[in-house]
Design a protein around this ligand. Structure first.
Ligand SMILES: Nc1ncnc2c1ncn2[C@@H]1O[C@H](COP(=O)(O)OP(=O)(O)OP(=O)(O)O)[C@@H](O)[C@H]1O
Ligand SMILES: [Mg+2]
Length: 255
């Protein structure tokens, strides 16, 4: 059975989608079959890293949740867009959320059965024979996020070195304890040059009593990509890619 990896943060813009997209590429370059599900129905974005335009986001998770298609029909194989994935025998699938304004307003207004989401996760894990299901989430504590946290095998809590994020991370970890999330891991992102990554990691581990899986630097190279592609496949030795490798190593060690 594959593992469910969830990226979450209390606040927005911490780097969840960037990290999930790069982690998917990394795991697939190691020969794994992975699928990203964008559960951020309010403000979807992870599809952009794989070159999907707005009109390419249909059929989406929305159609699946409304019972108009199967979850497999909403999944597309984006492996060919990532160099090094096919050669390694890996695969990356993506279930996007719709970026259509009517779809977003409808799903926010009418809601959906959260149980359909967990059924979809189990189903696609089996039918696509996945090694990893990677779930991108909306920030904060909402019903879908709580579900994703609760069913995760590994939860990546992404935070910036910022006191609003620090407070938010405490809240998330408290929720994790209540939900008995088996393996929360902290990922610090956007560390400014001149900060000591090891010291930040040590302090975070002491404060939160939670392991730090990686510390990613603030990177102009990443910003220059404008979310239009993942950095991992084009620059394997980039400091961001090396930290993504660390996250993948840590995940691989989870039994
Ligand atoms: N290490 C980094 N260095 C520089 N820019 C980064 C880094 N990580 C992410 N970014 C940039 O920060 C912005 C937000 O990243 P991203 O969309 O991945 O965050 P998010 O947590 O998914 O946001 P949201 O909560 O809105 O879904 C993007 O422009 C992305 O390119
Ligand atoms: Mg995002």
């Amino acid at each position: 059975m594959g593992k469910i990896i969830v990226a979450h943060s209390f606040r927005g813009g911490t780097g969840k989608s960037s990290i999930i997209a790069n982690l998917a590429a990394c795991l697939a370059c190691r020969g794994h079959r992975v699928c990203i599900v964008d559960t951020d129905v309010q403000s979807p974005g992870v599809h952009v890293f794989f070159g999907l335009k707005a009109e390419d986001t249909t059929p989406s998770l929305n159609e699946y949740l409304w019972g108009r298609c199967t979850i497999e029909e909403a999944a597309r194989d984006v492996s060919e867009r990532l160099s090094g994935v096919s050669g390694a025998g890996g695969r990356v699938f993506l279930v996007p959320s719709s970026i259509g304004v009517n779809d977003i307003t409808r799903i926010l207004k009418e809601g959906y059965e959260v149980s359909a989401l967990s059924e979809g996760f189990s189903r696609i894990m089996r039918s696509l024979n996945l090694d990893y299901l990677l779930i991108d989430t909306h920030p904060g504590i909402g019903e879908e996020s709580l579900l994703s946290l609760a069913i995760s095998d590994v939860l990546l809590i992404i935070m910036r070195p910022d006191y609003q994020d620090y407070q938010g991370t405490s809240v998330t970890l408290e929720v994790c304890r209540r939900l008995e999330v088996p393996r929360p891991l902290l990922v610090v992102n956007k560390l400014l040059a001149g900060y000591d990554a090891r010291r930040i990691a040590r302090e975070a581990e002491k404060t939160y009593l939670c392991e730090v899986a990686a510390v990613l630097p603030q990177s102009d190279d990443l910003m220059r990509l404008e979310s239009k592609s993942v950095i991992y496949t084009s620059q394997r030795d980039h400091p961001i890619s090396r930290e993504i490798d660390k996250i993948a190593d840590r995940i691989a060690a989870v039994r």
